[in-house]
Design a protein around this ligand. Structure first.
Ligand SMILES: [Zn+2]
Length: 304
């Protein structure tokens, strides 16, 4: 599965070593490899002298030390956070305490919708619920630093508070986990929402940035084309789910077995939530039905 998207898994970075993929952008990868993080979370440094950090990363003393070491003799004026998963934001308090930088993000962690009665949030452990920005950003807001300017690009879907950051006049977008070069992004209810996610992809497809630096994996060159592949992939997944429902009522585990052939067993739970995300969207659009609220253990069918 996912062979339809031209993924690039070439990223030869040692953990916690500074790398400069281009002039004015440095990156440091945390040592947190895994099925959701690829080789590790990437923290970025924008500028020279007076700099911004994008996504300080997990609460890992080695990564925090490496990040602070990289900006020794420089001033960190801004910390930008793409979203509040535990591999992206928990290092913020340590970096803020050491640098005095102001923390910018869309807002605290929150779910995309309220929990249904009796529903427990399977994503609780992945969220950094302690995070609070100093400044809550609105879509399109521009922050100016020393020799650079960054535009906040609201991109909900992976999480409700996801922000990407465009480096003005450089055709660069720090894409967080919204679009990644090595794999599809996870969209899992209740924290994520497929309708928001698709809207955010469509929004990015209309923008001009050509290079994306994601939270995980190598830079994406030719980004607009890549975003279109992402959109087509989601539409194909939706069509596969509808095709499955056309054969009769079914449940999410059956759909996962049918459409995620050869999936890493560690990702089966995430795949089920991703199918739930599609089904929530299909039910809202009147293209699928279930009894009560769309739930991970529900039975789904075509209307009529
Ligand atoms: Zn994430």
């Amino acid at each position: 599965m996912n062979d339809d998207i031209p993924f690039d898994k070439n990223l030869n970075l040692a953990p916690d070593v500074v790398d400069a993929p281009m002039d004015g952008v440095r990156r440091i990868m945390a040592n947190n490899p895994g099925p959701f993080t690829f080789k590790g979370t990437l923290s970025y440094i924008i500028g020279r002298g007076k700099v911004a950090i994008v996504d300080p990363g997990p609460d890992d003393p080695a990564h925090i030390a490496a990040l602070l070491g990289a900006v020794r003799n420089e001033t960190v004026t801004h910390i930008f956070v793409t979203h509040t998963h535990r591999d992206h934001s928990p290092a913020v308090p340590a970096i803020k305490a050491a640098t005095g930088a102001t923390v910018y993000a869309e807002g605290p962690h929150r779910a995309a919708r309220p929990l249904h009665i009796g529903e427990h949030n399977p994503l609780d452990a992945s969220a950094d619920r302690d995070f609070r920005p100093d400044v809550a950003l609105k879509d399109g807001e521009v922050l100016t630093g020393a020799g650079w300017a960054v535009e906040a690009v609201k991109t909900p879907g992976h999480t409700a508070n996801h922000m990407a950051y465009a480096l003005k006049d450089a055709n660069i977008l720090f894409a967080g986990d919204h679009v990644m070069g090595w794999a599809t992004s996870i969209v899992a209810p209740p924290d994520g929402a497929m309708s928001d996610y698709m809207d955010s992809l469509a929004k990015l497809a209309r923008r001009k940035e050509t290079t994306y630096f994601p939270g995980h994996g190598p830079a994406i060159l030719d980004a607009p084309r890549f975003v279109n592949y992402y959109i087509l992939h989601r539409k194909a997944r939706e069509a596969s789910i509808l095709h499955r429902l056309s054969k009769g009522s079914t449940d999410i585990p059956t759909i996962v077995r049918a459409i995620y052939i050869g999936i890493d067993p560690r990702l089966t739970g995430a795949a089920g939530l991703s199918v739930l995300a599609h089904l929530e969207d299909l039910v809202a659009r009147g293209l699928a039905e279930t009894d009560g609220q769309p739930a991970v253990d529900g039975i789904y069918r075509l209307p009529g």
